[in-house]
Write a protein that binds this ligand. Structure first.
Ligand code: IMP
Ligand code: MG
Length: 181
């Protein structure tokens, strides 16, 4: 797997430190709040699992599956909810946990969709952000790392469903995704 990487962008240690820092900020910001943490599967799986262990207030956990890319590395622009939340969010604070914000289409759509359910607030915490790729205006409330316009894998992020189990985040060699699809 590591041989398919052109560069390791973030080491396990760098990710770990950042997740701890974000958890502490979130703990501080949501003291005495009724908080639902919503992980966006499958990309945010690892980030969510690590982050909530650093959130030191009681939280509810929920998950959504939102369609974004097929096996291609470019966005289709079509966003669909494939698995909705299990719990109502009306009157609660919601924190969406996402792996990466790229064009911004997914988060822009999801936030608007969840807003219609009358939560007290909605914020987005993303591990990675590629601000140069935006197609719609969107700014995450919490962001681990802002990165350049490169396709990255690992720590939950995939290419064609592979590489999610890499502990690091790395840039995939172009020849790897160019040889397929
Ligand atoms: P957006 O709607 O374009 O912001 O896309 C967000 C989703 O696209 C993320 O949740 C990822 O699942 C996927 N994505 C965007 N960039 C990358 C990348 O560099 N590697 C892997 N997945 C990505
Ligand atoms: Mg995602």
């Amino acid at each position: 797997m590591v041989n398919d990487l052109e560069q390791i962008l973030l080491t396990k240690e760098e990710i770990g430190e950042k997740v701890k820092e974000l958890g502490a900020r979130i703990t501080d910001d949501y003291k005495d709040c009724d908080l639902v943490v919503v992980g966006i599967l499958k990309g945010a799986l690892m980030f969510m699992a690590d982050l909530i262990r650093y959130i030191k207030i009681p939280v509810l956990m929920d998950f959504a599956v939102v369609s974004s890319y097929g096996v291609s590395t470019d966005t289709s622009g079509v966003v669909r909810i494939l698995k909705d939340l299990d719990q109502p969010i009306e009157g609660r604070h919601v924190l969406i946990v996402e792996d990466i914000v790229d064009t911004g289409l997914t988060m822009h759509y999801l936030v608007r969709n969840l807003e219609a359910r009358k939560p007290l607030s909605i914020k987005v915490c993303t591990l990675l952000d590629k601000p140069s790729r935006r197609k719609v205006e969107f700014k995450p409330d919490y962001c681990g790392f802002s990165i350049a316009d490169k396709f990255v894998v690992g720590y939950g992020l995939d290419y064609a469903e592979y590489y999610r189990n890499l502990p690091e985040v790395g840039v995939l060699k172009e020849e790897v995704y160019n040889k397929c699809c």
